[in-house]
Design a protein around this ligand. Structure first.
Ligand code: ADP
Ligand code: ASP
Ligand code: MG
Length: 327
């Protein structure tokens, strides 16, 4: 028994059956005696479709109006899921970001959460309701709707978990956890049992979109343990947590970030004592050279190493770098 925040991403609520499956998961958690707050993303590709629609109307539309538009996707998911939960016979209320007390800066399309006023969420929980909250959005001091940047629903969930002092924060997505590389692109990527906040933050910043980077820094700053797990199966996921004493200096993952305007991509190796293993650069460049991929630039940091390659060769490079480090 406890207070659990669960977040479901776009592919987890993509259609009617998936919304019903999410509603079932939420009500199962509730019926076990827990208080449940669920944060939902927009269904499937809704956000991309709304951006395309805006572009047809006016490619120079203001960021304020973009937020007005984009925030509707999450509202649809929450209302539909609330209806599915009602059909399962549980008390539920859905709330928009502003109704849930998510106060943000005024940086439309990339707002930062500044304060959480969760009295309404708390009182709904105390009345025995399941609470659904639209991810990715809040309200600024002027009362205007803001959005938190692409992928921002993860951050909404962690902010709610921190403000409510939740016992658990579960991020349900379309893969079974955090892997050593994107499992959709890299064959042989391995699921991690756990990863430290810093390493996850570095991976997210360098292109691993499985978690929004601000969600990870917020979780670290507020001490929220985050579980990343699949909404399509019941297997254990990955725990994102504080570093363990004496944690080994091994590499935790590889990420790719496209730099489309430059025609390049960064392949980054994260974790471990990178500086102490500078031979790793020679090893990786050698492996890439053998298949005709040249490294245009090397960036060595205390916590990661990035190799710049041609964008057209970047998927092959991503897989090869991963295979070299995780044979
Ligand atoms: P959601 O809609 O649930 O927020 P996202 O698409 O934002 O889901 O994030 C999940 C996706 O992140 C996965 O489908 C996967 O392709 C991608 N991904 C990138 N890097 C990783 C990684 N290291 N581990 C797991 N997934 C990753
Ligand atoms: N719907 C938003 C997006 O597609 C937010 C999210 O999914 O986290 O970026
Ligand atoms: Mg996401």
């Amino acid at each position: 028994m406890g207070l659990i925040v669960q977040k479901f991403g776009g592919s987890s609520v993509a259609d009617r059956e998936r919304v019903q499956a999410v509603a079932q998961r939420i009500t199962d958690t509730y019926r076990k005696g827990n208080q449940v707050v669920a944060v939902l993303s927009a269904q499937g590709d809704t956000t991309d479709e709304l951006i395309a629609k805006a572009g047809e109307m006016n490619p120079l539309a203001s960021d304020r109006e973009m937020d007005m538009l984009l925030s509707t996707g999450e509202q649809v998911s929450c209302a539909l899921c609330a209806m599915a939960i009602q059909a399962l016979g549980c008390p539920v209320v859905s709330l928009t970001g502003w109704q849930a007390g998510v106060k943000t800066s005024s940086d439309h399309q990339n707002a930062r959460i500044e304060e959480m006023e969760v009295a309404r969420v708390r009182s709904a929980l105390e009345q025995g309701r399941i609470v659904l909250v639209t991810g990715f959005q809040g309200v600024d001091a002027a009362g205007d709707i803001t959005t938190l940047g692409r992928g921002g629903s993860d951050t909404s969930a962690v902010a709610l978990a921190a403000a409510l002092q939740a016992d658990r924060c579960q991020i349900f997505t379309d893969v079974e956890g955090v892997y050593t590389a994107d499992p959709r692109l890299v064959p042989g990527a391995k699921k991690l049992e756990s990863i430290s906040y810093e390493e996850m933050l570095t991976l997210a910043t360098l292109g691993a979109q499985v978690l929004h980077d601000r969600c990870v820094s917020l979780a670290r700053d507020k001490g929220v343990q985050v579980e990343v797990l699949s909404s399509f199966s019941d297997v254990p996921g990955t725990l994102v947590r504080a570093p363990e004493p004496g944690e080994t200096a091994s590499v935790s993952g590889v990420a790719r970030r496209l730099e489309e305007e430059k025609g390049t991509a960064l392949i980054s190796v994260v974790g471990g004592d990178i500086l102490g293993q500078s031979h790793i650069v020679t090893r990786l460049s050698g492996a890439l050279a053998k298949v005709g991929i040249s490294v245009q630039k090397v960036h060595l940091d205390r916590h990661y190493l990035s190799l710049t390659v041609d964008i057209d060769q970047s998927e092959q490079a991503f897989c090869l770098v991963h295979r070299t480090l995780f044979p």
